[in-house]
Design a protein around this ligand. Structure first.
Ligand SMILES: [Zn+2]
Length: 155
């Protein structure tokens, strides 16, 4: 085992005027009562903020509180049971029992059949769907008030 190193005091002589750090010097640094307690918030000094001068600018008008309007009453009309034939029903316009007038109209089905026939080269025959009711949509009208009641679409 190596011998312990010699003490520092033996190697470096203390400087003149230097104080040796010991318990006495440590007590001089610390107050006798220990570290003073942290002042409670009630002991803290508060400064009252000076009253705010009136703003030279006119205060902006406060926006009105947002109010959610009640949803509007939506009346959903149940689809009338309309097919390709005249239907007996109560007209929602004139409130009378009627049998609808049917008017065929060219619809998506009509154009699809026409286009298919045209692509196959049936040039004059591709116009036949516009004359065949089974290839057309059917619109229903009230015979009394002539109101449009609905349409039956093939597609
Ligand atoms: Zn009607």
């Amino acid at each position: 085992m190596a011998e312990p190193p010699p003490p520092y005091e033996g190697i470096y002589p203390p400087l003149p005027g230097a104080r040796k750090f010991d318990d006495v010097a440590f007590r001089e640094l610390c107050p006798p009562g220990g570290i003073p307690p942290v002042p409670s918030p009630s002991d803290t000094v508060t400064f009252d903020a000076p009253p705010r001068p009136p703003s030279p600018y006119p205060s902006a008008p406060q926006p009105p509180p947002l109010t959610v309007p009640p949803p509007p009453h939506i009346t959903v009309l149940v689809g009338l049971p309309l097919g390709c034939n005249p239907a007996a029903l109560e007209c929602p316009q004139c409130r009378s029992r009627i049998v609808t007038n049917t008017v065929p109209r060219a619809g998506l089905m009509t154009w699809l059949v026409c286009g298919g026939l045209a692509l196959m080269g049936c040039w004059p025959c591709c116009l036949i769907p516009f004359c065949v009711q089974t290839c057309m949509d059917i619109e229903h009208y009230c015979p009394g008030c002539k109101a449009f009641l609905g349409a039956y679409k093939r597609i």
